[in-house]
Design a protein around this ligand. Sequence first.
Ligand SMILES: Nc1ncnc2c1ncn2[C@@H]1O[C@H](COP(=O)(O)OP(=O)(O)O)[C@@H](O)[C@H]1O
Ligand SMILES: [Mg+2]
Length: 238
Amino acid sequence: MAANRDPILAVEDIHTAYGLSRVLFGVSLRVAPGECVCLLGRNGVGKTTTMRSIMGLTPPSSGRVVWKGRDIRRAAPFRAAALGIGFVPEDRRIFADLTVWENLDVAARRARPDGFTTERVFDLFPALRQLRDRAGGFLSGGEQQMLTIARTLMGNPKLLLLDEPSEGLAPLVVDHLQEQIARLRSDGLTILLAEQNVDFSLNLADRVYVLEKGHIRYEGSAREFRENASIRQQYLAL
Ligand SMILES: Nc1ncnc2c1ncn2[C@@H]1O[C@H](COP(=O)(O)OP(=O)(O)O)[C@@H](O)[C@H]1O
Ligand SMILES: [Mg+2]
């Protein structure tokens, strides 16, 4: 299966701390091209820190972050972005005073033949086309989440890191978001998703990792995970 293919991203035994506060203790995970991999775990276990470690926002003190065969553990965040890693942070930092279109336009990189344009992004998120002239600050939570993802796509990422996209959204909005992310997947984008929402994750993911207190406790296909009630109870308390 996909996990055995050459990974586009391999996180190998990383340890990450904020000052003296150690958070990740030897986290390893792999993402193959075209895969959707989910990092599941309860609040505070280190999901965001794992993503920040990959992006170089909080560089790991040891281990390796291997992108297409090269260790980028010490690379600056803008380098990771330029290499093709797009990070959608959980706090949806859009520009409240800019319109939807302007939010996308400021994020555009130099045009590439295979790259994203505002038109292509509007094709993927038709709701945003309707809202193109509305200020970011006047969007609903779900619309802001779509805009945050869309804006990251404007940087032409090969891998999308999605940090708890479903958080704080109403169930119907979560369903819609799930469809949108599924479309990105079928469009060929590789995705690493951090989530607490198990149903949302399992509907999208090929493979799952469960993180607990900075350790990976489980790794398996989404199907195996669905059937493993004891893991869910033990680490996710479901
Ligand atoms: N900037 C920070 N400074 C110090 N501790 C932090 C910081 N960010 C997160 N932490 C701590 O690191 C741990 C993991 O946090 P985080 O990676 O955000 O978990 P998750 O995303 O799974 O909720 C938590 O104990 C949290 O309090
Ligand atoms: Mg988090």
